[in-house]
Ligand binder design. Sequence first.
Ligand SMILES: Nc1ncnc2c1ncn2[C@@H]1O[C@H](COP(=O)(O)OP(=O)(O)OP(=O)(O)O)[C@@H](O)[C@H]1O
Ligand SMILES: [Mg+2]
Length: 229
Amino acid sequence: MKKLNDIVLASVALEKKFQGADGEISVLDGVDFTLRHGESVSIRGESGCGKSTLLNVLSGLERADAGKLFWREHEVSGYSISKFSTYRVQLMGFIFQDYYLAPELNAIENVLLGARIAGQINLGVRERAEALLIRVGLKERITYSSFKLSGGERQRVAVARALINDPPLVLADEPTGNLDELTGHAVMDLLLEIADESAKSLVLVTHNPEFANRTQRQLVLHFGKLDDA
Ligand SMILES: Nc1ncnc2c1ncn2[C@@H]1O[C@H](COP(=O)(O)OP(=O)(O)OP(=O)(O)O)[C@@H](O)[C@H]1O
Ligand SMILES: [Mg+2]
């Protein structure tokens, strides 16, 4: 039996419902999940089955209707929104399905936003942001306005932003969904490489079976529950 403090993220019987036009839709219906330090896991499932909802609930961006949520050894289920956000920025970096870059900011300002939110604007953070942008292949785009960046470039800025605070956990929602095959592979290689070299935990939502198979564990979300793929 592994120690509890080895756990970075866990849930027990997590439930989430939405109000649809014809009544309630049960999206998560008892999700049990455990992720250990340094572990990578992929989550697949049909479009609309609740993968983004699951990541949102696991990261405290949305509140579950029932069940328990643990971040490291803490039960956080009852946390307020502000307590969630204070703790979230220390624990995780999030790569959203639709990037969510601030359009009025340029590439490096978007990356630095991740640090600002975490109160991590310190000496050296700009160099770190630059190094990350170079690492994701955007050396020539560091001060480009984000509205001028292509979809793939935006996604790579989003990857750099998720990593700026060197979080122990990265949650990535379809990080290659909008990319061509080559760029998708490059983003995937980078994420797995960085997770591996700094022993980060990674939750990867993807439709791509090849990418899903590159994580240590493969899960599928089906009828509101997570099962081994
Ligand atoms: N805020 C909301 N209000 C009502 N219904 C919602 C809301 N958010 C999501 N849903 C519904 O919940 C279900 C799951 O949505 P979700 O975005 O989690 O799916 P997904 O598995 O991420 O899909 P995709 O693979 O297309 O990204 C969908 O049927 C969606 O319409
Ligand atoms: Mg989704």
